[in-house]
Ligand binder design. Structure first.
Ligand SMILES: Cc1ncc(COP(=O)(O)O)c(C=O)c1O
Length: 432
């Protein structure tokens, strides 16, 4: 006898490719032996544990400013946190938004990080096409697919999604089926930074689509990694809200990357409109509010510690990025045909020279020690395994089968050095 599942339930019964690939590793991952360059974990050393304890004590002992911190909160988010985010933007001139502009915009706190706001969007917008860059943020695109959306991935170059290709694509499809644009400003998996010109063009395209369709086509700019653009040569990102003539632009931020993922603080900045109202209702429906104590801790950290924190985090990732970039180039030699990323966030996106990286490939079997050859796999104890994200999980481009994402967030440089040796051996095996 079967259960009567919803359409979403039915689609969710097939585990996503990445869920399947990492599941096995996660279950029997051996600390200190296996290497995890697959998950998007931040570097534990960047998490300000002591400051979080201090913040906890401060907010617990200041009930006037931080009210009912261990109780339920409001679905829009804590007033203190929303003010702290606004002030953080003003102090740092983030996105070039002025105090006046930020006062006019509404800030909402998600129930569980930026992820929950993205998920809520998928619940309140009618399913259709979602335009995004290729390679794409595979976690959200999987959610979208399960919720009945169709992806329209558009190739990216070193300045982000190719607007010229997007325009051509739009002239060949039924634009009436477009739901929204989902644009990750520092792309995951590639680390590519969307240029300000492209950002402006994307908003213009959404306005033109909206006028043709006589309804607003939302653009979500996911700026999850914008706080960690560690290459100081990169021009400062301009907020997509600067081009917001139709109130269809939504900017999504998170404190996960710059403070700590476990706080689960994600926020949306947008003009006050129906979408904000619906998102707030959704937060209320699925948990009333984000954890209030975490919101107040985050508020205190933004008011008192973010400057030092941001500097420390960015210096750390810069150092790692440069060292690992050098190692990749020198150790992989001719096997490496392209390397993207390294200016922001903590991902490198590699293209290997005719070496397939997808699940079931020789390369993949070598690194997961599932070749069937005891000399390679290790017997009875498995030799060190390495987790990475295959390109086929996050791209429909035919070249994706030669690509992979490596995360340099979590593991230290010396572990990376070993990892690159393993990748070299896997390339040798793949060719042999
Ligand atoms: C592009 C992108 N958006 C959103 C998120 C999730 O952010 P949060 O931890 O706030 O849910 C991530 C996390 O890896 C991400 O890479």
């Amino acid at each position: 006898m079967e259960f009567k599942l919803s359409a979403y339930g039915k689609r969710s019964s097939v585990p996503s490719a990445v869920n399947e690939m990492t599941g096995d590793f996660a279950d029997n991952f051996r600390e200190g032996i296996d290497i995890n360059l697959g998950v998007g974990y931040v570097n534990d050393k960047t998490i300000p544990a002591k400051e979080i304890i201090k913040a906890y004590n401060k907010v617990i002992h200041d009930p006037e400013k931080y009210r009912n911190v261990l109780n339920y909160g409001g679905a829009e988010g804590s007033v203190a946190l929303r003010n702290s985010i606004r002030n953080y933007y003003i102090r740092n001139n983030i996105g070039g938004l002025t105090e006046k502009e930020l006062t006019d915009y509404r800030i909402l706190i998600g129930s569980d990080g930026a992820t929950s706001i993205l998920d809520s969007f998928a619940d309140i917008i009618d399913p259709g096409y979602v335009i995004t860059a290729d390679p794409y943020y595979y976690i959200y695109t999987e959610t979208l697919k399960r919720k009945g959306f169709n992806l329209l991935p558009i190739e990216e170059d070193d300045r982000g999604i190719r607007v010229d290709i997007l325009k051509k694509t739009l002239s060949n499809i039924d634009i009436g089926k477009i739901s929204f644009l989902y644009i990750v400003t520092v792309n995951n998996p590639t680390g590519t930074i969307l240029s300000n010109e492209r950002k402006k063009s994307l908003v213009e395209i959404s306005v033109s689509l909206s006028e043709k369709l006589k309804r607003k086509v939302p653009v979500i700019f996911d700026k999850a990694y914008e706080d960690i653009i560690h290459d100081t040569e990169v021009p400062l990102p301009v907020s997509g809200l600067k081009y917001n003539t139709l109130d269809n632009v939504f900017e999504l931020g998170t404190l996960s990357k710059v403070i700590a993922p476990a706080l689960r603080i994600g926020y949306l900045i947008a003009k006050d409109n129906i979408i904000c109202k619906l998102l707030i209702q959704r937060t209320s429906d699925i948990g009333f509010s984000a954890s209030l104590i975490n919101q107040e801790i985050a508020s205190w950290l933004l008011d008192h510690h973010i400057q030092i924190q941001k500097e420390k985090v960015n210096l750390g990732y810069r150092h790692k990025s440069l060292a690992i970039q050098k190692l990749l180039k020198s150790k992989l030699g001719n096997y490496l045909s392209d390397l993207v990323g390294g200016s922001a966030g903590f991902y490198f996106y590699l293209t290997l020279d005719r070496i397939e990286t997808n699940g079931g490939s020789r390369f993949n079997k070598f690194l997961s020690r599932t070749t069937g050859d005891p000399a390679i796999d290790g017997d009875p104890v498995k030799l060190p395994r390495l987790i990475y994200l295959p390109g086929t999980v996050c791209s429909i481009n035919p070249a994706a089968k030669y690509q992979l994402r490596l995360s340099y967030g979590f593991e230290d440089i010396d572990v990376f050095e070993k990892a690159i040796d393993l990748i070299h051996e896997a390339c040798d095996y793949s060719r042999s």
